[in-house]
Write a protein of this length. Sequence first.
Length: 367
Amino acid sequence: MSSILSAYVLFDLGFFSFLVQKSSMYIGLKNKDLYWSFFLWNIKFYFLVFLLILLLIPIGFLFFGYEFYQKYFYEWIFVVFIIGIGFAFQAFTNIIEAKQFIFSYKIRIYSNVFAAISSITFFLNDLGFLSLASLSLGYILTGIFYLNKNVKKIISSHSTKINWKQNILKYQKNVALYFVGFYLFINLPVILSHNLFSKENVAGIGLTIVIANVLIYLATSPIISIIPSFTKKINLKKIQSGKIIFFHKLKISFVLTFLITIAYLLLIIFIKDFSFSNRFLNLNNSLLILLSISMVHYTNILTQYFRAFKKELVHIEIFLLSIIFILTTYYFKKFLSFELFNLLFLFFTVTLVAISYIKQSKIKNFI
């Protein structure tokens, strides 16, 4: 279910991360008129994305069948609606990050904290369905609070006409390809496991990936939050100072990721004797999934680093690896145990990291 629901990101086609760095570039070049035009253009674009996300309501009913329609009619509409609004809200927050408004960072951090706590709370109270909207709900609640307090800071727009082909489409094609590949890669374990393993294993891997994504988003908040200022420095030719800030925050995020991973694994050990523990993967499989999801996210961060220099790192490779992963799983499905399947996902993730490292090492003067 989470894999179908997460398909909403495909409507975005990579604009989500692209708009942060593009708007940061305009601010860095002190082109405020173009920035605010880009800002207003994105409000219109994400209203359209919100409408497209609502298409997941009938798609979900068709995909999951009549029994699902009867049992989860109102819940499904609520979750899709909240995710649609939350996605637009998060995009809005990302745009204003380029202006370095402190409250946009607070929205990101508090939203992830809210999502982590509420996801686990929902699952422990047999409301796991609602956990799918936890992160979006966090963005909406904290976003409304902070934007209401700081609305005067962002109502100062000046409009000038923006050229779609020259200012957006020219740079966004490769980003879109990467984004589709990233979506496929990070959701493949859930999608492929449906036809291979028991409902308990499928539910467990879905839950673990949802929690892992939320925890890694929280751990990487320090590095993600400085992407706009880093991009701005690159465009102002302050490359060395930009690198110092980037890699300092990256180290902090690495430490947080390690601590959060250890904390989650200790939680898995602690709850093993409770009745609800069967909803979670065991220690070995949890570790494999956490390692894989962490490495995918850090590859994504490295991709954003190079995007500031107008270079795409693995936009073709991540797409191809997703296809190879599908074919490998299909060909060897008779020999795959659940743990071996998770090991295979880790193998392809390590391969992605290795390719990223090899490609970045060939680019002189960037790291």
